[in-house]
Ligand binder design. Structure first.
Ligand code: SF4
Length: 281
């Protein structure tokens, strides 16, 4: 990997090292022994095992929309048609999210925030929930946190552009597609209600590496209440896809010393993606 002077200057300014030159040895370890399957039972010595996966919600069809224009806005419907979502391609899935009223967040959102990037990107970033800017613009990771994410990805020669070489592209989505009011934490019910959309995005994308950023992305994908700091630094798996946990960029903006750890996480993910590319020939 070649580095531009600008990238070197950026990393130097962040106090971070350059991937491919001084990456830690463990970042390159991609053997099975280094992988941790999130679906595997917790070891007996684990003092705080991950909670079991909740049962899949009952499959049923969403009720027909109310046609009376004089009626108040429809209230949240209790369930998504899981069978229909599981069969959707990208355009239908995007439309389904835009029309979704499966939890109360539909009543306060400006718009849904579906996701952005190349439909065959090798990398996927999963964040938490849209904030104020995302709710306004309809795109995940915008504003200062998004700019930091873009700079970190660019340092690995990755981009959220939706065209070009899939190997250097990142698809970015949030766990929740609607903004919680006043940026409050998402509830377990909201995360559960919205999960089928993220599951389908991952199925359609089939990424080679997932970066789970922040506590709620980790809760949704790994069913773990462990803090990010305890889960980062190793490779987990989600539905067979290698997954690396790291800090959310919004957290990094407030906690500068952890930027170096986040960079190590990205280097770890880069090592995994590189190994996957070599294995795929
Ligand atoms: S957060 Fe998800 S489940 Fe809730 S209304 Fe928005 S799209 Fe639907």
């Amino acid at each position: 990997m070649s580095w531009t002077e600008r990238q070197r200057a950026l990393l130097g300014a962040m106090g971070l090292r350059v991937w491919g030159e001084t990456a830690p040895e463990h970042a390159l370890a991609t053997s099975d022994a280094g992988l941790e399957d999130a679906a595997a039972p917790a070891s007996p010595s684990d003092p705080d095992p991950a909670p079991p996966r909740p049962a899949a919600p009952e499959r049923r069809r969403a009720p027909a929309p109310q046609a009376d224009a004089a009626s108040p806005p429809p209230r949240a419907s209790p369930a998504i048609d899981l069978g229909a979502v599981a069969a959707m391609e990208w355009p239908a899935l995007r439309e389904a999210v835009a029309a979704c009223r499966a939890c109360d967040l539909c009543q306060t959102r400006t718009q849904t925030v579906f996701g952005v990037g190349h439909a065959r990107a090798h990398w996927m970033v999963v964040g938490e929930a849209p904030g104020e800017q995302e709710d306004r613009q309809g795109e995940p990771f915008v504003g200062a946190a998004g700019q930091l994410l873009d700079r970190m990805l660019a340092a690995l020669q990755l981009s959220r552009a939706d065209d070009g070489d899939a190997a250097s592209r990142v698809y970015i989505a949030n766990t929740l597609k609607c903004r919680p009011p006043r940026n409050r934490n998402p509830s377990a019910e909201e995360l559960h209600a919205c999960e089928p959309f993220l599951v389908r995005q991952i199925e359609l994308l089939r990424p080679r590496i997932i970066l789970a950023m922040g506590r709620f992305a980790v809760q949704a994908l790994l069913r773990s209440d462990e803090p990010v700091g305890k889960l980062r630094g190793r490779v987990h798996r989600y539905q067979g896809v290698p997954l690396v946990v790291t800090y959310h960029p919004a957290y990094l903006l407030r906690n500068l010393p952890d930027k170096a750890r986040a960079w190590e996480d990205l280097c770890l993910a880069a090592g995994v993606a590189e190994a996957a590319a070599e294995a795929a020939g």
